[in-house]
Design a protein around this ligand. Sequence first.
Ligand code: ADP
Ligand code: MG
Length: 330
Amino acid sequence: MSADLLELRGIHKSFSRGFRKRVDALQGVDLRVSAGEARIITIAGESGSGKSTLGMLALGFLAPDAGEVRFRGQDVGQLRGRSLREFRRSVQAIFQNPFSAFNPFYPVDHVLRLTLRNFAPQQDRAGVEASISEALSALHLDPAAILGKHPHQLSGGQLQRVMLARAFLLRPELIIADEPVSMIDASLRAVVLANMLELKERHGISQLYITHDLSTARQISDRILILYRGRVVEAGSMDHVLDAPQHPYTQLLIQAIPQPDPTKRWQAPLDWQRGEAAAETAEMDGGCPFYSRCPQRMDRCLAAVPPLYATPANTQAACYLHEPESTSTA
Ligand code: ADP
Ligand code: MG
């Protein structure tokens, strides 16, 4: 039996877009979340790079066209009954828009009660109230300030923390958080990120943090995978990747992080939104997907998609600049 909590292996996923148009959202992606010590793993990449698709596959909401999603060694697509329920409890989701996660006609605690009714139907009234207070307190939310409030009476940051409390009620092993702070006022983001870090450190909950924002990723995560057009182009520990990026794409991304120095004007060498357009255009047949935007491209890069190579900075990068000499055909 596998030691991994969740493993995605060789994942391919395409979507058809109208007549004869196909988008390859993921093309051969591997990802492992160990069952050992809790970790926060960032999945970063520009818009359209396949981040949300990866999250939906990890949640079992989408099935891969090829490859496998395994939970504790079992194919997620084959889970039934008790084991499916256990997967559904263990792997929780937080999405970008906290306002759409709540029914505007009910107080926000309705979603907490529903969750308990589903997963812990044996709990009596007092038990339900105690669990809810405990979960809110774990997120440093004052139950008196939250219970009975309607979604419009709370901030986006508070709502997102209530969603984390909802997840916490189930004592999950993994939370998939897809852009959880990108719709939240900058002043409230830090609290949500601190909550996420605490869920890992105090409560042992691993997380996939899906984001296009490398500065928040740096604050909370242990590992990072950089996606470009459905492929992992670089992966490694957060510090290794951000301090010494080895893939030309990662290098451009890191230059694009706004400088805190107000005298320096922020120069964005990459437009995050461009990715969507790039993904739509016909990809070169068989070559490196970053070729057309790469400042260091070589003829070699047109021949085949580069695999992930070990780099001197202890990361893995899908770039021929890191191909070991002995196997080079150039
Ligand atoms: P990201 O979250 O990084 O912005 P997505 O995973 O949402 O990227 O999308 C990856 C690619 O797949 C994009 O080109 C997107 O338009 C396409 N895509 C995602 N979901 C669907 C869908 N349900 N139907 C058609 N195309 C989709
Ligand atoms: Mg997305």
